[in-house]
Design a protein around this ligand. Structure first.
Ligand code: APR
Length: 318
């Protein structure tokens, strides 16, 4: 595919810089813009990434831009078809994603207002935590239609689940299919009925207890990494997930992925951002796909919906 368009990544921390790197290495965009409020950080990282182009063999140009408290520098994202929001504090050991809510909401408001002004046609992919609430806030502040504001979590949680299954069975990750829906947190719904290895149901290969163990590890996947790192949270798998979503939007591919999307009647649920499978294209979410679920999984999804809906009801006050 020919190179075209611009994608912007807000926040040049670990998550943002690795996302920018992956997007640049795809070599499908003309430009990747990386911004941050720390003077010189995005420019320095952009220079470094550009110097890797010859070795890695990509032509996409990375542009770094420091932004100021009054939106200075945001002209750099003008014309972006996609904006990935990674600005915000990461988790710390023994602290939940919810502990970040006030600070990250303040950052989100500032970022989203500038996106609305400078990239009004963009599809927004939010990764800042707490994920479901920050995605809802991004939509409210930008005023963009719901289909153009998406959160990244399901791809990451599914990638983690897949890794754990592959590791447990000693098989290639490519032979494993898993799925997680619900929220990016306590009410995550790993969908065991959709899991298979080379088409064989996971329940034929592992006992219910063994599957439950992997489910629990998946649900705590972020915390496990945070506890090991001690400062900061995961970014390799998260950036891989976010970059894949941006690629699907850019290529208008129609790929079906687990993402945080606005539900409007699917599964009988309405009016909240929830982890569901959705078809991605140029307009963001083309449609939410209703995955067949067992009664127990459906009940867990409803539980997740109720939890995120309650939390999202208050985000306008943040
Ligand atoms: N605009 C742009 N960048 C900002 C802003 C802002 N208003 N406020 C903070 N930042 C930048 C910080 O300067 C920092 O460089 O966001 C970056 C965050 O980087 P890290 O601290 O390395 O955090 P990271 O691991 O990248 O996580 C970012 O993703 O997974 C989530 O919970 C995580 O919400 C967090 C986000």
């Amino acid at each position: 595919m020919a190179r075209s368009g611009k994608v912007s990544v807000i926040g040049a921390g670990f998550y943002g810089s690795t996302t920018a790197m992956r997007l640049a290495e795809y070599d499908i965009f003309d430009t990747v813009v990386l911004t941050d409020v720390i003077e010189g950080k995005p420019e320095g990282l952009a220079l470094d990434l550009n110097q890797s182009r010859w070795v890695e063999g990509f032509e996409t140009t990375v542009v770094g831009q420091t932004t100021g408290p009054n939106g200075e520098g945001y002209e750099a994202i003008a014309g972006s078809e996609i904006v990935v929001i990674t600005a915000g504090l990461p988790r710390r050991p023994r602290r939940s994603r919810m502990d970040l809510i006030e600070t990250n909401a303040r950052i989100m408001r500032a970022v989203a207002e500038n996106i609305a002004v400078h990239a009004p046609e963009a599809v927004v992919i939010n990764v800042a935590n707490p994920l479901d609430e920050m995605t809802a806030l991004a939509q409210i502040v930008t005023g963009f239609p719901h289909h153009r504001v998406i959160g990244q979590a399901g791809m990451l949680d599914t990638a983690r689940f897949t890794h754990f299954v592959a590791e447990k069975l000693g098989v290639p990750v490519a032979s494993v299919t898993t799925l997680t829906l619900g929220s990016h947190g306590d009410t995550m719904v790993p969908v065991a009925s959709a899991c298979a290895v080379d088409g064989k149901p996971l329940s034929d290969l592992l006992s219910a207890d063994e599957i439950e163990e992997l489910v629990v590890r998946t649900r705590n996947g972020g915390a496990e990494v945070v506890a090991l790192l001690k400062t900061g949270s995961a970014y390799y798998a998260p950036s891989a997930a976010a970059a894949r979503m941006a690629k699907a939007v850019h290529e208008d591919s129609g790929a079906v992925m687990p993402v945080c999307a606005w539900v409007d009647g699917e599964y009988g649920l309405t009016g909240a951002y929830l982890g569901v499978e959705a078809e991605l294209g140029r307009e963001g979410i083309r449609r939410v796909v209703e995955t067949p679920l067992t009664d127990a999984e459906k009940a867990l999804l409803v539980e997740a919906y109720e939890a995120v809906k309650t939390k999202q009801a208050d985000v306008t006050d943040l």
